[in-house]
Design a protein around this ligand. Structure first.
Ligand SMILES: CC(C)(COP(=O)(O)OP(=O)(O)OC[C@H]1O[C@@H](n2cnc3c(N)ncnc32)[C@H](O)[C@@H]1OP(=O)(O)O)[C@@H](O)C(=O)NCCC(=O)NCCS
Length: 175
């Protein structure tokens, strides 16, 4: 297994991985219509993370089987097209950075890939002088983040187009 920074050429493959990951892993925690709406409206690689060099992929035999990133920008969730303006930067002295867009291929779930990506992101955020991290976790991923020392701050609903709301938990960790 190898971790490396995501490149623009990876985005099409990661988008397919995201759909497979959501469809396979979310049905236990969301209604099937929520999963369908999430796939249609909410997800897709955030191009800003790729541009900022803060998005990583995990490869097995040169196939990307997982992706995850962190961000020094305000945006905390959702996709972000290639032509959208960048959201403002956060101040490491007073603000929390973000953990963003973690997805593992369902065929490789529970084999430590998400954990490797998370440690890589936390190390990079520390190097950038952040002392705290916040994220919005899908209901399915809450045990994963709890296992890594994150605390639940409270439930949230993320609004998307067409009035669709995704139920998530806001979580935080001191780095
Ligand atoms: C959340 C996710 C990225 C975790 O990736 P992963 O590679 O399977 O996680 P790991 O194998 O590193 O898990 C580490 C530990 O976290 C906990 N954990 C992970 N997934 C869990 C689950 N579904 N249920 C309970 N605990 C879980 C366990 O303690 C696990 O250790 P164990 O397998 O030895 O018991 C993956 O399940 C995923 O892609 N989910 C769908 C997309 C998603 O919702 N992403 C989060 C966006 S915020």
């Amino acid at each position: 297994m190898k971790l490396r920074l995501a490149e623009a050429e990876d985005v099409a493959h990661i988008n397919k991985l995201i759909v497979r990951s959501i469809e396979a892993l979310h049905l236990e925690h969301y209604h099937s219509d929520e999963v369908a709406s999430a796939v249609r409206l909410a997800y897709g690689v955030d191009w800003q993370l790729v541009r900022d060099r803060t998005y990583y992929v995990a490869e097995v035999d040169r196939i990307v089987v997982g992706a995850g990133g962190w961000s020094y920008r305000h945006t905390i969730s959702g996709g972000h097209g290639p032509d959208e303006a960048a959201s403002p930067s956060l101040d490491p002295a007073s603000e929390a950075c973000r953990i963003r867009a973690f997805y593992v291929d369902p065929d490789y779930a529970r084999s430590g890939i998400g954990s490797l990506l998370l440690v890589q992101c936390e190390d990079a955020a520390r190097e950038a002088s952040f002392a705290r991290v916040e994220l919005t976790s899908t209901l399915q991923a809450v045990p994963f983040y709890l296992r890594h020392g994150y605390a639940i701050m409270g439930p949230m609903e993320l609004p998307f187009d067409e009035g669709f709301m995704l139920r998530v938990q806001l979580m935080e960790k001191l780095l």
